[in-house]
Design a protein. Structure first.
Length: 251
């Protein structure tokens, strides 16, 4: 079988044990054949393609979101450190971020001071962002996101490591967004992937960071209402309704 598959056991406290068959995803890749003008998302997969892609984006100084997740079981500390400190964004749940802090002997605040925007997902408590915060009224500065398709409205200041429009970085440049209030949470499986998809989709559409975080929370909220990871298709009006409900809350 060539298709990658995963099996998960989830207890009543949402703790999970995963088993993976990598299939074709275990094959190495040739990232240098891809358009170097793209924004990259590096998330957990087999060691070979993950390591190849990570070394490629670091060497070529390409902007990327680093989501090591389950690679933390095998990735070396030196490569993990390079991956974190070269990233435009680091994302993980509270357990994963705490593990990264421990292994690198570096706090989130220290990572932020070195130019990394850190996103910590907190389950039912929402999400915390620490890094560059650019107000929407400041306007978008486009970058050449894809050389084949022209400019994408991704704000170049969100990818400029070590610089903040407010002159400093750290706790003063943090945002916390609550989770969407739900009547029935069924299964947490796939919530992290849905969150990342919502965040990245909003990011490359030119939304400000607060809107990106809200979109992540909204998309994750649909995932946890269903058993399985692809059993739902939210309607546009449902997404907009939940986004408005979070936008109105005092953040």
């Amino acid at each position: 079988m060539y298709t990658a598959t995963g099996r998960v056991i989830t207890d009543k406290n949402d703790n999970q044990i995963w088993g993976f068959y990598y299939g074709a995803s275990a094959l190495d890749i040739r990232p240098w054949t891809l358009d170097s003008g793209q924004f990259w998302v590096l998330s957990a997969t087999h060691e070979r393609p993950f390591t190849t892609a990570l070394k490629h984006v670091i060497k070529n100084k390409l902007p990327y979101l680093f989501d090591p997740g389950m690679t933390l079981t095998w990735i070396r500390d030196d490569l993990l450190k390079k991956g974190v400190l070269s990233a435009a964004y680091l994302i993980g749940n509270d357990y994963e971020i705490a593990m990264i802090e421990k292994r690198l002997k570096m706090t989130v605040e220290e990572m932020v001071k070195k130019g990394v925007n850190v996103i910590t997902t907190l389950g039912e408590k929402g999400v915390r962002y620490e890094g560059v915060v650019i107000p929407a009224e400041a306007g978008i500065q486009s970058i050449n996101f894809n050389s084949k398709n022209g400019n994408c409205p991704l704000d170049s200041r969100l990818l400029t490591k070590g610089q903040s429009p407010f002159g400093r970085r750290g706790n003063d440049n943090s945002i916390s967004i609550p989770a969407v209030k739900l009547k029935n949470v069924v299964d947490p499986t796939g919530a992290g992937d849905a969150w990342r998809g919502g965040f990245v989709g909003a990011l490359v559409s030119g939304k400000d960071i607060k809107e990106c975080l809200i979109m992540g929370n909204v998309m994750a909220s649909f995932a946890v209402e269903y058993v399985g990871t692809v059993e739902y298709i939210p309607k546009r009006e449902e997404i907009e309704k939940r986004m408005k409900s979070l936008s109105k809350q005092k953040l």
